[in-house]
Design a protein around this ligand. Sequence first.
Ligand code: ATP
Ligand code: MG
Length: 353
Amino acid sequence: MSKTFNIAVFHGDGIGPEIMAPTLDLLRAFGHDFAFHDCPAGATSYLDCGSDLPRTSLDTARNADAILLSALGDPAVRYPDGTEMTPQIDIRIALDLYAGIRPVRVVPGMKTPLNIPEGRVIDFVLVRESTEGLFHTQGKGTVTEDYAEETLRLTRRTTTKVCDYTFRLAQDRKAAGHMGRVTSVDKANVFRAFAFWRDIFDEVAKEYPDLTADHAYVDAMALWFVLKPWDWDVMVTENMFGDILSDLGAGLMGGLGMAPSADIGDDHAVFQPCHGSAPDIAGQGIANPFAMILSAGMMLDWLGRRHDQPQMIEDASRVQTAVDACLAAGETTGDLGGTLDTRGAAAAVIARL
Ligand code: ATP
Ligand code: MG
């Protein structure tokens, strides 16, 4: 008997529900045995029931095989102390999702600011450690009249896990024809904490003799993202560096609108677009669904590998191919210069599957 895959679905705020609905239609079109479970969270949930991450939603997420998350939050709805809600970060911490996966692929039809030379292909993955680093003290740093201080914390446990995850990812990619190269992005020349990081990276690298492992300083990497982004395969870096480099990577694709992401731990994984809830265009049905759809494709790939379901892995690559084809043909929403609405763009992808 085939397994039912329980998927926790956070429809979210603003354009969130608008891009989630056609994404679920697309997933249903494959005929896998998915059971979708709605999880209220974010600003809408806060206004409804006083919590931006109700206990029942977190429990459903914890018990699910995978978590699909649309855009959460609304700058206009805040906690009484004025801070914005970030339930996605609470989920990341609660489920120990230490590996933030940010693929950067530039394909025809994207509004990339780069002039890409003939024959060069930009297709790399940035893995951002997502639970510690400089975000370790998040909201708990020290601020006095005279100084402010935040600490960077790296643990052997999490650094080993995130490096190991990255090498396994590079192995999977190598099997699909990529370079098989893993680059540690750090600042080991200045900070002892990053020398610690690099030593652990080197230890993990020894377990993967089939792959090439090297290092780069984060400042140099920022330069190379722009000057030779075709040189990279898979990178792994600390939380804050990853935060900054992933937006730079999204910039290469013409902005956050096309960027999918995954946050992965040992037992759980969240798949969500990089963009926010776009309150300025919410309710109009014109949001670009491609980042959400590509994130759902990443979910298929992750589930397929985890549960040994080759068809799901195959379907994941079909999603990517179909989105690429729509981009190339200009079957897109207005933000990319097309004339389709959200439903129309999603239908164009489904038609090409
Ligand atoms: P957050 O703080 O939640 O990350 P943000 O401030 O980064 O949000 P977004 O909500 O991502 O902002 O929106 C930034 C701009 O990009 C807005 O003008 C928005 O309309 C546009 N945008 C974001 N996502 C999409 C999308 N899927 N389709 C079309 N436009 C989008
Ligand atoms: Mg933002």
